[in-house]
Design a protein around this ligand. Structure first.
Ligand code: PAF
Length: 302
Protein backbone atom coordinates (compact mmCIF):
# COMPACT_ATOMS: atom_id res chain seq x y z
CA UNK A 1 0.00 0.00 0.00
CA UNK A 2 1.35 3.41 -0.93
CA UNK A 3 1.71 5.48 2.22
CA UNK A 4 0.25 8.98 2.19
CA UNK A 5 2.97 11.29 1.02
CA UNK A 6 4.85 13.02 3.83
CA UNK A 7 6.24 16.51 3.79
CA UNK A 8 9.23 17.71 5.76
CA UNK A 9 10.38 21.27 6.06
CA UNK A 10 13.75 21.01 7.82
CA UNK A 11 17.13 19.90 6.53
CA UNK A 12 17.61 17.74 9.65
CA UNK A 13 14.40 15.74 9.06
CA UNK A 14 15.22 15.28 5.38
CA UNK A 15 18.73 14.02 6.12
CA UNK A 16 17.58 11.65 8.88
CA UNK A 17 14.83 10.10 6.75
CA UNK A 18 16.98 9.60 3.65
CA UNK A 19 19.98 8.30 5.65
CA UNK A 20 17.62 5.73 7.19
CA UNK A 21 16.36 4.68 3.75
CA UNK A 22 19.88 4.21 2.41
CA UNK A 23 20.93 2.32 5.58
CA UNK A 24 18.05 -0.06 4.91
CA UNK A 25 19.49 -0.65 1.45
CA UNK A 26 17.10 1.49 -0.53
CA UNK A 27 18.19 3.85 -3.31
CA UNK A 28 17.05 7.45 -3.57
CA UNK A 29 15.75 9.36 -6.58
CA UNK A 30 15.55 13.14 -6.36
CA UNK A 31 13.48 15.64 -8.36
CA UNK A 32 14.29 19.26 -7.43
CA UNK A 33 11.54 21.73 -8.37
CA UNK A 34 10.27 25.22 -7.70
CA UNK A 35 6.75 23.88 -7.33
CA UNK A 36 3.61 24.65 -9.34
CA UNK A 37 4.05 21.14 -10.65
CA UNK A 38 2.79 20.17 -14.09
CA UNK A 39 2.96 17.05 -16.27
CA UNK A 40 6.64 17.75 -17.01
CA UNK A 41 7.51 17.48 -13.32
CA UNK A 42 5.20 14.46 -12.98
CA UNK A 43 7.12 12.72 -15.77
CA UNK A 44 10.41 13.35 -13.91
CA UNK A 45 8.95 11.96 -10.69
CA UNK A 46 7.58 8.91 -12.52
CA UNK A 47 10.98 8.31 -14.14
CA UNK A 48 12.65 8.64 -10.74
CA UNK A 49 10.14 6.20 -9.21
CA UNK A 50 10.86 3.67 -11.95
CA UNK A 51 14.62 3.91 -11.36
CA UNK A 52 14.94 4.11 -7.57
CA UNK A 53 13.25 2.84 -4.41
CA UNK A 54 12.42 6.11 -2.70
CA UNK A 55 11.61 9.39 -4.45
CA UNK A 56 12.01 12.78 -2.84
CA UNK A 57 11.00 16.00 -4.52
CA UNK A 58 11.97 19.44 -3.25
CA UNK A 59 9.64 22.40 -3.66
CA UNK A 60 11.51 25.63 -3.12
CA UNK A 61 11.26 28.88 -5.06
CA UNK A 62 14.93 29.77 -4.86
CA UNK A 63 15.40 33.52 -4.41
CA UNK A 64 19.07 33.28 -5.37
CA UNK A 65 18.31 32.49 -9.00
CA UNK A 66 16.00 35.50 -9.55
CA UNK A 67 17.44 38.91 -10.39
CA UNK A 68 15.86 41.83 -8.49
CA UNK A 69 13.90 42.73 -11.66
CA UNK A 70 12.50 39.22 -12.15
CA UNK A 71 9.27 37.51 -11.06
CA UNK A 72 10.22 36.08 -7.63
CA UNK A 73 7.28 37.58 -5.72
CA UNK A 74 4.83 36.72 -8.51
CA UNK A 75 6.16 33.21 -9.15
CA UNK A 76 3.14 30.86 -8.96
CA UNK A 77 2.83 28.69 -5.82
CA UNK A 78 0.41 25.92 -4.79
CA UNK A 79 1.86 23.54 -2.21
CA UNK A 80 -1.34 21.52 -1.74
CA UNK A 81 -1.78 21.01 -5.48
CA UNK A 82 1.90 20.14 -5.75
CA UNK A 83 1.59 17.45 -3.07
CA UNK A 84 -1.26 15.85 -5.02
CA UNK A 85 0.61 15.90 -8.35
CA UNK A 86 3.78 14.59 -6.68
CA UNK A 87 2.00 11.77 -4.88
CA UNK A 88 0.05 10.69 -7.97
CA UNK A 89 3.31 10.52 -9.93
CA UNK A 90 4.95 8.26 -7.33
CA UNK A 91 6.76 10.67 -5.00
CA UNK A 92 7.27 9.42 -1.43
CA UNK A 93 8.56 12.50 0.31
CA UNK A 94 8.30 16.25 -0.31
CA UNK A 95 10.91 18.63 1.05
CA UNK A 96 9.35 22.10 1.27
CA UNK A 97 11.71 24.32 3.26
CA UNK A 98 11.00 27.95 4.15
CA UNK A 99 13.44 30.54 2.82
CA UNK A 100 15.26 30.84 6.15
CA UNK A 101 15.78 27.07 6.37
CA UNK A 102 17.77 27.25 3.12
CA UNK A 103 19.25 30.72 3.67
CA UNK A 104 19.45 31.52 7.39
CA UNK A 105 19.99 35.26 7.59
CA UNK A 106 18.50 35.79 4.14
CA UNK A 107 19.89 35.61 0.64
CA UNK A 108 22.28 38.49 1.25
CA UNK A 109 23.95 36.49 4.03
CA UNK A 110 25.11 33.85 1.51
CA UNK A 111 28.87 34.37 1.03
CA UNK A 112 29.63 31.16 -0.88
CA UNK A 113 28.32 30.44 -4.33
CA UNK A 114 28.91 27.72 -6.91
CA UNK A 115 29.30 28.66 -10.57
CA UNK A 116 30.23 27.05 -13.88
CA UNK A 117 31.15 30.22 -15.79
CA UNK A 118 32.30 28.53 -18.99
CA UNK A 119 28.77 27.21 -19.57
CA UNK A 120 26.76 29.95 -17.87
CA UNK A 121 27.61 33.07 -19.88
CA UNK A 122 25.78 32.18 -23.09
CA UNK A 123 22.08 31.99 -23.99
CA UNK A 124 20.05 32.18 -20.75
CA UNK A 125 23.12 33.48 -18.94
CA UNK A 126 23.58 36.35 -21.39
CA UNK A 127 20.42 38.10 -20.23
CA UNK A 128 20.41 36.60 -16.71
CA UNK A 129 24.03 36.96 -15.55
CA UNK A 130 23.51 35.74 -11.95
CA UNK A 131 20.86 33.11 -12.69
CA UNK A 132 22.95 29.96 -13.05
CA UNK A 133 25.14 30.66 -10.03
CA UNK A 134 21.88 30.89 -8.09
CA UNK A 135 20.73 27.57 -9.55
CA UNK A 136 24.08 25.85 -8.91
CA UNK A 137 24.29 27.13 -5.35
CA UNK A 138 20.83 25.92 -4.36
CA UNK A 139 21.23 22.59 -6.17
CA UNK A 140 24.63 22.05 -4.49
CA UNK A 141 22.94 22.65 -1.14
CA UNK A 142 20.07 20.31 -2.02
CA UNK A 143 22.50 17.61 -3.17
CA UNK A 144 24.29 17.87 0.19
CA UNK A 145 21.00 17.59 2.07
CA UNK A 146 19.60 14.71 0.00
CA UNK A 147 22.88 12.78 -0.18
CA UNK A 148 23.76 10.01 -2.64
CA UNK A 149 21.00 9.80 -5.24
CA UNK A 150 20.02 9.91 -8.88
CA UNK A 151 18.72 13.44 -9.65
CA UNK A 152 16.33 14.27 -12.50
CA UNK A 153 16.10 17.47 -14.53
CA UNK A 154 13.98 18.29 -17.57
CA UNK A 155 15.58 18.91 -20.94
CA UNK A 156 13.34 21.97 -21.32
CA UNK A 157 16.00 23.76 -19.26
CA UNK A 158 18.78 22.16 -21.27
CA UNK A 159 21.47 24.68 -20.33
CA UNK A 160 20.65 24.18 -16.66
CA UNK A 161 20.90 20.40 -17.12
CA UNK A 162 24.31 20.67 -18.84
CA UNK A 163 25.62 23.02 -16.14
CA UNK A 164 24.41 20.85 -13.26
CA UNK A 165 25.81 17.72 -14.87
CA UNK A 166 29.17 19.47 -15.06
CA UNK A 167 28.93 20.77 -11.49
CA UNK A 168 28.22 17.27 -10.14
CA UNK A 169 31.19 15.89 -12.10
CA UNK A 170 33.67 18.65 -11.27
CA UNK A 171 32.80 18.74 -7.55
CA UNK A 172 32.45 14.94 -7.11
CA UNK A 173 28.89 14.99 -5.84
CA UNK A 174 27.67 11.43 -5.16
CA UNK A 175 24.81 12.19 -7.51
CA UNK A 176 24.02 10.92 -10.97
CA UNK A 177 22.43 13.78 -12.91
CA UNK A 178 19.87 12.51 -15.43
CA UNK A 179 17.95 14.45 -18.08
CA UNK A 180 14.45 13.60 -19.25
CA UNK A 181 12.62 14.70 -22.41
CA UNK A 182 10.51 17.86 -22.50
CA UNK A 183 6.77 17.31 -22.08
CA UNK A 184 4.67 19.34 -24.53
CA UNK A 185 1.10 20.44 -25.04
CA UNK A 186 -0.57 18.87 -28.10
CA UNK A 187 0.30 22.01 -30.14
CA UNK A 188 4.00 21.69 -29.26
CA UNK A 189 4.31 24.30 -26.50
CA UNK A 190 6.77 23.07 -23.87
CA UNK A 191 5.18 22.78 -20.43
CA UNK A 192 6.41 25.42 -18.02
CA UNK A 193 5.12 26.86 -14.77
CA UNK A 194 5.52 30.27 -16.43
CA UNK A 195 2.94 29.41 -19.13
CA UNK A 196 0.31 30.68 -16.65
CA UNK A 197 1.55 34.20 -17.43
CA UNK A 198 0.35 33.93 -21.06
CA UNK A 199 -2.85 35.70 -22.08
CA UNK A 200 -5.26 33.69 -24.26
CA UNK A 201 -3.91 35.42 -27.39
CA UNK A 202 -0.29 34.88 -26.40
CA UNK A 203 -1.00 31.24 -25.57
CA UNK A 204 -2.33 30.75 -29.07
CA UNK A 205 0.83 32.12 -30.69
CA UNK A 206 3.34 30.66 -28.19
CA UNK A 207 3.94 27.36 -30.08
CA UNK A 208 5.77 29.48 -32.70
CA UNK A 209 8.94 28.99 -30.65
CA UNK A 210 8.78 25.21 -31.04
CA UNK A 211 7.83 25.63 -34.70
CA UNK A 212 10.87 27.86 -35.31
CA UNK A 213 13.17 25.26 -33.75
CA UNK A 214 11.62 22.51 -35.84
CA UNK A 215 12.09 24.61 -38.97
CA UNK A 216 15.78 24.94 -38.06
CA UNK A 217 16.08 21.20 -37.44
CA UNK A 218 14.39 20.49 -40.77
CA UNK A 219 16.90 22.74 -42.56
CA UNK A 220 19.78 20.84 -40.95
CA UNK A 221 18.13 17.52 -41.80
CA UNK A 222 17.91 18.76 -45.41
CA UNK A 223 21.64 19.36 -45.52
CA UNK A 224 22.08 22.97 -44.33
CA UNK A 225 25.36 23.21 -42.41
CA UNK A 226 25.73 27.00 -42.16
CA UNK A 227 24.64 27.73 -38.59
CA UNK A 228 24.04 31.42 -39.38
CA UNK A 229 21.57 30.41 -42.09
CA UNK A 230 19.80 28.11 -39.61
CA UNK A 231 19.63 30.90 -37.03
CA UNK A 232 18.19 33.27 -39.66
CA UNK A 233 15.59 30.69 -40.67
CA UNK A 234 14.48 30.24 -37.06
CA UNK A 235 14.43 33.98 -36.33
CA UNK A 236 12.31 34.60 -39.44
CA UNK A 237 9.62 32.19 -38.19
CA UNK A 238 9.40 34.04 -34.88
CA UNK A 239 9.56 37.50 -36.45
CA UNK A 240 6.66 36.60 -38.75
CA UNK A 241 4.37 35.81 -35.81
CA UNK A 242 2.42 38.49 -33.95
CA UNK A 243 3.12 39.29 -30.25
CA UNK A 244 6.34 37.35 -29.63
CA UNK A 245 9.55 39.31 -29.17
CA UNK A 246 12.65 37.32 -30.07
CA UNK A 247 15.36 37.20 -27.40
CA UNK A 248 17.69 34.70 -29.09
CA UNK A 249 17.86 31.66 -31.32
CA UNK A 250 21.03 29.62 -31.20
CA UNK A 251 22.74 26.65 -32.82
CA UNK A 252 25.10 25.29 -30.18
CA UNK A 253 27.20 22.32 -29.21
CA UNK A 254 25.08 20.08 -26.95
CA UNK A 255 27.87 19.61 -24.39
CA UNK A 256 29.94 22.80 -24.38
CA UNK A 257 26.91 24.99 -25.29
CA UNK A 258 29.20 27.13 -27.43
CA UNK A 259 27.87 28.73 -30.60
CA UNK A 260 28.52 26.67 -33.73
CA UNK A 261 29.44 28.12 -37.11
CA UNK A 262 28.94 24.76 -38.78
CA UNK A 263 25.93 22.67 -37.79
CA UNK A 264 27.82 19.38 -37.55
CA UNK A 265 26.74 15.88 -36.60
CA UNK A 266 25.47 16.97 -33.20
CA UNK A 267 23.83 20.33 -32.71
CA UNK A 268 21.22 21.58 -30.33
CA UNK A 269 18.83 24.36 -31.31
CA UNK A 270 17.77 26.83 -28.62
CA UNK A 271 15.40 29.76 -28.47
CA UNK A 272 13.92 32.31 -26.08
CA UNK A 273 10.93 34.51 -26.86
CA UNK A 274 9.16 37.06 -24.70
CA UNK A 275 5.36 37.12 -24.78
CA UNK A 276 4.19 39.97 -22.57
CA UNK A 277 4.97 38.96 -18.98
CA UNK A 278 6.18 35.50 -19.98
CA UNK A 279 9.63 34.68 -21.26
CA UNK A 280 9.54 31.23 -22.82
CA UNK A 281 12.51 29.00 -23.67
CA UNK A 282 12.75 25.78 -25.60
CA UNK A 283 15.33 23.57 -27.36
CA UNK A 284 15.52 20.49 -29.55
CA UNK A 285 18.20 18.22 -31.02
CA UNK A 286 19.13 18.45 -34.69
CA UNK A 287 20.97 16.04 -36.94
CA UNK A 288 22.23 16.19 -40.52
CA UNK A 289 20.78 14.00 -43.27
CA UNK A 290 21.27 10.29 -42.70
CA UNK A 291 24.49 9.27 -44.39
CA UNK A 292 26.05 12.76 -44.36
CA UNK A 293 29.65 12.24 -43.32
CA UNK A 294 30.99 14.44 -40.54
CA UNK A 295 33.13 17.16 -42.10
CA UNK A 296 31.85 16.48 -45.61
CA UNK A 297 31.43 19.57 -47.80
CA UNK A 298 27.68 19.44 -47.58
CA UNK A 299 25.48 22.45 -47.17
CA UNK A 300 24.60 23.03 -50.79
CA UNK A 301 21.19 21.40 -50.53
CA UNK A 302 19.65 24.52 -49.02
O1 PAF B 1 14.46 24.00 -12.76
C1 PAF B 1 14.08 24.45 -11.65
O2 PAF B 1 12.90 24.36 -11.28
C2 PAF B 1 15.07 25.14 -10.75
O3 PAF B 1 16.00 25.87 -11.48
C3 PAF B 1 15.78 24.16 -9.78
C4 PAF B 1 16.63 23.16 -10.51
C5 PAF B 1 14.74 23.44 -8.93
C6 PAF B 1 16.69 24.95 -8.83
O4 PAF B 1 15.99 25.89 -8.09
Amino acid sequence: VHAVISTVTTAAELRALLDAERSAGRTVGFVPTMGYLHEGHASLIAAAAAADDVVVSSIFVNPLQFAPTEDLAAYPRDLEGDRRVAEAAGCDLVFAPADDEMYPGGRDAVLTTVAVPALAGVMEGASRPTHFAGVCTVVAKLFHLVGPCRAWFGEKDYQQLAILRRMALDLSFPVEVVGAPTVREPDGLALSSRNVYLTAEEREVAPVLQRALRTGAAAIADGETDADAVRATMAAVIDAAPLGELDYVEVADPDTLQTLTVAGPAARLFGAVRFGRARLIDNIAASPPAGAAAGADGGSAA
